[in-house]
Structures are given as C-alpha cells and as structure tokens.
Ligand binder design. Structure first.
Ligand code: ARG
Length: 296
C-alpha cells in the first residue's frame, strides 16, 4: 500500500510541476516521511461511508468555497478547499462526497459525526475542541472589519467599530461573530447564515459594517468594488484548519499527511491561485435545491 501511495504522490507531482517536487533532494517527501506506518492507507482509515470521504462545506466563502458559473451558466462548486478535498480523497484512495450546508451546519455535521471532515475555511478555535479535532493549518489569513466606500472614513480605529447605533454583521456560528461581540458589543450585531447575505446587506445599506475573513473580503471586493476593507482585526488563532470527526485518529493522521504533501508538492499554492482566478469571475450567490438546481 505504501508503494501505491508513493506512486500517487509522484503522479500528482508530475501532473503539476516537477520543479515543485524535486526541491529537497533528500527524496524524503512529506508523504514519504509520514508514511512509515499505516496512515494514509484507505484500508486503515475509517469513514462514515465505506470507500467515501464525506466532507461538509459552506459555499459562501470565496476563494475557499463558492459556486462558480460554468460556461453554460450553471453553478459548480469551486474553491481551494474543494480542490484540497479532492486531493485528500485521492491521497487516501477514497471517493469524495461533498455536503453543502450553511456554516453553522458544517459545525453541527462534525459535532454529530455525520461527516468525516468539515472544510470551510474553519478556524481551529479552542472553543470548538469538544466538537471536533483540527488538522494542521493549511492556509494563513487574517480578519477584517468591512464597510462600503462611502463610509470608509468613519472607521479609523477598532474603537470606531463599536459606535452605538450602527449595525454590524457576522456569520452565524463563526469566529467573526465572536469578534463582533468582542469589539462591537455596543452596536446592533446581526448574525446571518451566509457570508453572501452579509455582502448583499452591506451593499444594500441594511448593514453598516461586518466582520469578514480578509481573504474572503478581498475576493468579494473584486466583484463589488463598493466594499471597503477598513480595519485589521486581531484574532489570536491563526489560519485555517480542517475539522476532523472527533477521535478518529487514523483519519486525522492521514489528513495531516495529505496536507503536508499538498503544501510540499506545490498543489495547494496552485489550488489557491486557481480559486482566486475563478472567484474573480462570475459567481452564483443564491441557493441550490436538493438536485443542485438554482432556486428561483
Ligand atoms: N474562519 C471562520 C470560522 O471558522 C469562518 C469560516 C466560515 N466559512 C464558510 N465557509 N462560510 O468561524
């Protein structure tokens, strides 16, 4: 099995770029190094459904996950979390199945162990440790306070984010909502299920401002230049991790190996670049019905 995994890692390397893989010269790739015992081996990893890696996500979060419109105008799931999910499934020799729910649903699916992984730009916040295990960090980013260009001058310091009377949005269940409670306690805090709802309410003037992950704010700002990213917001938990069904040690180990391989062979960097590129094009921000069709 180890041979098979190495072959797969090598194939992945070759498909992407030989230069990205050959760097160290030691021949000891991340996949190799972590592979001394059984992890990374599909047979050794227990999943909710045999042979399948079930991943929950919340596709309102470009460039992590979103619906890109294909050439026929059909929404298709995209983003670097989704590319990484496929990479991890391939790495483990499993089929990938993605479950789309709102972000608080991702947390719930993990908590109830209905899925194997939650991949949703998830912050490894200690408050979540009862509900899931966390993988290693695979992407680093920060937090921002966002408003519209017309009001950009109203917010010069974090104290201005706490003006009584303003309405401040954050996604339900997210650490951004915690940040809102921490830094904007005197405002009218509005919790919304989707980041895309927050963006449209900001643009419509129904919200004055919002807490949004910086990479995500930058991505939506490309489509909606009226958005203004005005403040950096301190948050001590750095970066995004994968939420792993709690107590599934072999899965956690295999996921970390796959992440290390994707970082080392340059895949992740490519996934991020591709997602950023795609996200700057047309996106679909509504809901899909159970068959994946656009809801009118
Ligand atoms: N990083 C934040 C958190 O973990 C927000 C993640 C939201 N993800 C999403 N796909 N909407 O709370």
């Amino acid at each position: 099995m180890k041979k098979k995994l190495m072959a797969m890692a090598l194939a992945a390397c070759m498909a992407l770029s030989l230069a990205a893989c050959g760097g160290s010269g030691s021949g000891d790739t991340a996949a190799d190094a972590g592979n001394k015992d059984a992890a990374g081996d599909a047979a050794a990893v227990e999943t909710v459904k045999d042979g399948v890696l079930t991943v929950a996500t919340s596709p309102d979060f470009a460039p992590y996950e979103f619906y890109a419109l294909d050439e026929n105008g059909n929404p298709t799931l995209a983003g670097f979390d989704m590319a990484l999910a496929q990479y991890i499934a391939d790495y483990m020799g499993l089929e990938l199945e993605v479950v789309t729910v709102d972000f608080d649903g991702v947390l719930m699916e993990l908590q109830t162990k209905s899925v194997d992984l939650g991949m949703a730009g998830l912050s490894p916040d200690p408050s979540r440790e009862n509900a899931m295990d966390f993988s290693d960090i695979y992407y680093r980013g920060g937090q921002s306070f966002v408003t519209v260009q017309d009001h950009a001058d109203d917010y010069k310091t974090l104290e201005d984010a706490n003006k009584a009377g303003i309405s401040v949005g954050a996604q339900t269940g997210s650490i951004q909502l915690d940040l809102a409670n921490q830094y904007s306690a005197d405002t009218d805090i509005v919790s919304l299920p989707k980041v895309t709802d927050i963006i449209s309410e900001l643009l419509a003037g129904k919200l004055d401002a919002a807490y949004i992950e910086t990479a995500v704010a930058i991505s939506y700002q490309k489509n909606y230049p009226e958005l203004a990213i005005v403040l950096d917001v301190p948050y001590e938990v750095e970066g995004s991790a994968i939420g792993v069904s709690k107590g599934n040690e072999s899965l956690l180990k295999a996921v970390n190996e796959a992440i290390a391989a994707a970082l080392e062979d340059g895949s992740l960097e490519n996934f991020v670049a591709e997602a950023n590129e795609l996200a700057s094009g047309e996106k679909y921000e509504g809901l899909l019905d159970e068959e994946g069709k656009v809801q009118e």
